[in-house]
Write a protein that binds this ligand. Structure first.
Ligand SMILES: [Fe+2]
Length: 248
């Protein structure tokens, strides 16, 4: 089913998500995988904290931004209704593995809009790199709920780590679509319900890195009325430098 969605605005309008492909993006995704493997993953040590810092530094890798600011991709999201795209928040990376760095990290069913509170026609652009075959039946991609309700917030329950999740009971399992594209990016409405696929049986040697950015619409009337608020903010740790004060 997901293959039918490639470069398909009609599909997006119905289901709240679609894949987007062009040759530059395909080439860049494979370059990004090489860069992560050779220059970032190779710096991992036993400290989880260090490794998570390295993953965060990867957010700033220049070739990642080349994907999100691909001219044709931005033109395509205009066709999906994001008339004047502006980026909300930084690039976000989610590292999933059963290793000590990730500890099987993955998010349950949720919508992204509550963590943004921005325009109502904004989209999340997401892609995936990993060290296994994308067709692997035990992949660690995403699942998307195809029963899309535009501008609708599902009821949520609070979890241990303070993130609101949608109860599994209200989602029919056969309406969850596996999504783990190799050469394409996923574009989804911020109201699309989705979750990370977790698989505790997968070998620790496998990892997947989801990379995403959010684009809102400056021309959204509701966002204008809400004075362009955003749940994202920049914070600076003003104490971090202190331990280096006499030793640099
Ligand atoms: Fe999400």
């Amino acid at each position: 089913m997901i293959q039918k969605s490639i470069n398909n605005p009609v599909f997006f309008k119905k289901y709240g998500f679609c894949l987007y492909y062009n040759k530059d993006i395909k080439r860049n995704i494979s370059l990004i995988k090489k860069k992560f493997t050779n220059n970032f993953k190779s710096r991992f040590k036993s400290s989880q904290n260090r490794n998570l810092n390295i993953i965060k530094r990867f957010n700033g890798e220049i070739s990642i931004n080349k994907i999100f600011f691909d001219k044709n991709l931005l033109n395509f999201i205009k066709k999906l209704g994001v008339k004047y795209p502006v980026q909300t928040g930084p690039v976000v990376t989610h590292y999933s593995s059963n290793d000590k760095t990730s500890k099987s990290y993955g998010l349950g069913l949720h919508q992204d809009w509550p963590s943004m509170c921005t325009s109502i026609n904004g989209v999340v652009i997401w892609f995936n790199i990993n060290n296994y075959n994308h067709q692997h039946k035990n992949n660690l991609g995403l699942q998307l709920y195809k029963n899309f309700k535009k501008n609708y917030l599902f009821k949520t329950l609070k979890s241990k780590n303070d993130i609101n999740f949608i109860s599994e009971d209200i989602v029919e399992k056969n309406n969850l679509i596996d999504c783990n594209p190799k050469n394409e990016v996923l574009i989804m409405s911020t109201f699309c319900v989705h979750r990370t696929i977790k698989n505790k049986n997968l070998s620790k040697k496998y990892w997947r890195l989801g990379i995403s950015a959010r684009f809102d619409d400056l021309r959204c009337k509701k966002w204008n009325k809400n004075n362009y608020v955003s749940a994202y903010s920049t914070s600076v740790n003003r104490d971090l430098y202190k331990k280096f004060f006499h030793s640099l």
